[in-house]
Design a protein around this ligand. Structure first.
Ligand code: NAP
Length: 301
């Protein structure tokens, strides 16, 4: 397997800083350089003691790196790749952590045509952003989906897989287009729904905003966590994964109309069947260790 001894992280927000912390804790032999486009973020990263060194110039940050991880919003991947191009070693592996994959793979291949590119997506995160929001255990037991193109050398793929496993993640390999369809259902559509509900509730005429906030524990509050996610990151995700999101949204609209009809017609059986099926999905998620079994997400009452 290719040895990864030096890593460069470009973008030191929630995900980039979590990678830096996880390397520090779990793979301490690695030398890590970090770079962020924002001088304020670089300063914060230095204050937090992230990485072996924080470097102002992106091309210098990646010099000598065996593995370069782009942890910037999906819409800025091409720009980040362009900025590191002059400093890359010929045999460096370039990867990313973006939440959509087909568009990113295309942009990176176009910008860095002579390098080994292996797009990846750690399916782990929170609603917070920035370097202070990261933590070392973020990837622990979570899936990282790797979407290599057909021409990726086996040893490079093994090196990236070994890296994510070293950070505590479980790795799945999948086609980029399939990744985008799966994540449209499991992540992108839920975010869109949360953004919609929270926006709608704040604009209702019959219910005041203070009532929405006061009685939020009825279910609304759980959507607000998702709807507090980074606006720039999510703008880019919807623009980049447009086709898969629109296809999933079409199906969602049809199901919503079916439930609307069941309510209008007083079809309790239909509603009960539907809700029984969804409760079983929640139980499977808990059984597979993807969430805590504590009621109400373990909140203190
Ligand atoms: P974040 O906390 O906002 O951090 C992104 C950082 O990248 C910001 O400091 C940003 O600086 C910087 N940046 C932007 N363009 C850059 C460039 N060209 N070169 C260097 N730095 C640049 O975002 P995040 O949550 O870590 O997300 C990073 C990536 O991970 C995204 O692609 C996202 O889709 C993916 N992801 C996120 C989650 C999640 O839950 N948050 C989960 C899995 C994957 P400025 O603020 O100055 O622009």
């Amino acid at each position: 397997m290719m040895a990864v001894g030096r890593v460069a992280i470009v973008g030191l927000g929630l995900i980039g800083s979590s990678v830096a912390r996880a390397i520090d804790e779990r793979l301490p032999h690695m030398v890590v350089t970090g770079h962020d486009a924002s001088a304020a973020v670089r300063e914060q990263a230095r204050d937090l003691g992230l990485c072996t060194a924080i470097v102002d110039d992106p091309a210098i940050a990646v010099t000598d790196a065996d593995l370069v991880i782009l942890a910037v919003p999906v819409g800025r991947m091409a720009e980040a790749a362009e900025a590191i191009a002059p400093g890359l070693k010929a045999d460096a592996i370039i990867t990313d952590v973006g939440s959509s994959k087909a568009g990113v793979a295309e942009a990176l291949a176009r910008t860095l045509p002579n390098h080994v590119i292996i797009p990846a997506h750690p399916v782990a995160g929170t609603e917070n952003s920035g370097p202070a929001a990261g933590f070392a255990s973020l990837f622990d037991g979570r899936w990282c989906i790797v979407t290599p193109g057909a021409d990726v050398p086996e040893d490079a793929l093994a090196a990236l897989t070994g890296f994510w496993q070293g950070l505590g993640a479980k790795v799945d390999v999948m086609d980029a287009a399939h990744h985008d369809m799966v994540l449209a259902v499991t992540s992108h559509l839920p975010h869109l729904i949360a953004y919609t509900i929270v926006g709608t509730a704040s604009e209702l005429e019959e219910v005041t905003e203070s009532e929405v906030i006061k009685y939020s524990a009825g279910g609304f509050r759980d959507f607000t966590r998702i709807a507090a996610s980074d606006p720039v990151m999510w703008r880019d995700v919807f623009l980049a994964n447009r086709d898969a999101v629109l296809a999933t949204l079409q199906r969602f609209n049809e199901d919503l109309t079916a439930l609307q009809q069941a309510i209008r017609r007083g079809d309790g059986d239909k509603l009960e069947d539907w809700f029984t099926r969804t409760r079983a999905i929640r139980r499977s998620i808990i059984e597979q260790g993807q969430d805590d079994a504590a009621p109400d997400f373990g909140r203190k009452h």
